[in-house]
Design a protein around this ligand. Structure first.
Ligand SMILES: NC(=O)c1ccc[n+]([C@@H]2O[C@H](COP(=O)([O-])OP(=O)(O)OC[C@H]3O[C@@H](n4cnc5c(N)ncnc54)[C@H](O)[C@@H]3O)[C@@H](O)[C@H]2O)c1
Length: 258
């Protein structure tokens, strides 16, 4: 089960899991894109379903858990990937508004907790399961122009540890991934924001901001891709990672070394 599985990183995760033979439930607010990705999954592994879900809505999350059982049997792996970087128009502002704080916490943190809560009973009953949460390198260190987003992703790392401790005795692992810089619709917005409020990027378009960040901040001098993150999810849900829990792994070409 992948939240936000319709586009970007979530889509790559859905396709990678399908490639490993999994049936995939895609939960997203974007129904059209979710259906498109589900069709791609079906071409690879033969089985997929979608459920229009806003992760901030507890009733919708309960419906999602039920629909997963009805359509695909059970959820062996849960990938909490749905995320936002702010409230509408955040990329054109130079400061975090109260709405930005509320929206990022509502989706990135509370939404993650909502979805985890409704899938926990299936996993604890079977005494097996894997949960992977999408954090960010922005959660490793504060970012002045993205304070609300950075803080929400630091909270994701903490939530991952709490959930890992809670579920360890049920043979369920819970880990987080901190992606570095990926050119997705979300980063296009980030680039727009940096061009607005950071003099170093004044006059640049979002892609130029992105390329300049890669050149200056990534020791390996290359961008990360949705497939890099999907490969890491595949590792965390594999048997090779059966004894790893409560960790947050940077996939960032060396940007952060802690
Ligand atoms: N792109 C990056 O550089 C980057 C870096 C670090 C972390 N991340 C994290 O990776 C995850 C995926 O990011 P992305 O770049 O693919 O973003 P994206 O905007 O391309 O995709 C996010 C997906 O989540 C869905 N979504 C948004 N709000 C939702 C909600 N309330 N309920 C259900 N679905 C919802 C969207 O419809 C979309 O399909 C996010 O958690 C993001 O914070 C991204």
């Amino acid at each position: 089960m992948v939240t936000g599985g319709a586009t970007g990183i979530g889509r790559a995760i859905a396709l990678k899991l399908a490639d490993k033979g999994a049936s995939v439930m895609i939960a997203d607010i974007n129904e059209e894109a979710a259906e498109k990705t589900a069709a791609e999954v079906r071409d690879i592994s033969g089985n997929s379903a979608t459920f229009v879900t806003d992760v901030t809505n507890v009733a919708a999350c309960e419906g999602l858990a039920q629909a997963t059982i009805e359509n695909l049997g059970s959820a062996d792996f849960l990938v909490n990937n749905a995320g936002v970087a702010g409230s509408a128009g955040w990329q054109s502002r130079s400061h975090s508004t109260e709405e930005d704080w509320k929206q990022t916490y509502q989706v990135n943190v509370i939404g993650m907790s909502n979805v985890t809560s409704v899938f926990k009973p299936q996993m604890t009953k079977r005494r097996s399961g894997r949960i992977v949460n999408l954090a960010s390198i922005a959660g490793r260190e504060g970012r002045p122009s993205l304070a609300h987003y950075s803080a929400s992703k630091a909270a994701v790392i903490s939530l991952t540890q709490s959930t890992a401790l809670e579920l360890a005795r049920f043979n369920i692992t819970v880990n987080a991934i901190c992606p570095g810089l990926l050119w997705t619709p979300m980063w296009e917005q980030v680039g727009d924001r940096y061009a607005h409020d950071n003099p170093a990027f004044k006059g640049m378009n979002p892609r130029e901001v992105f390329d300049s960040m890669i050149a200056e901040r990534i020791p390996m001098q290359k961008e990360q891709t949705p497939e890099d993150i999907a490969d890491t999810v595949a590792f965390f849900v594999s048997d090779d990672a059966k004894n790893i829990t409560g960790q947050a792994l940077n996939v960032d070409g060396g940007f952060f070394m802690r």
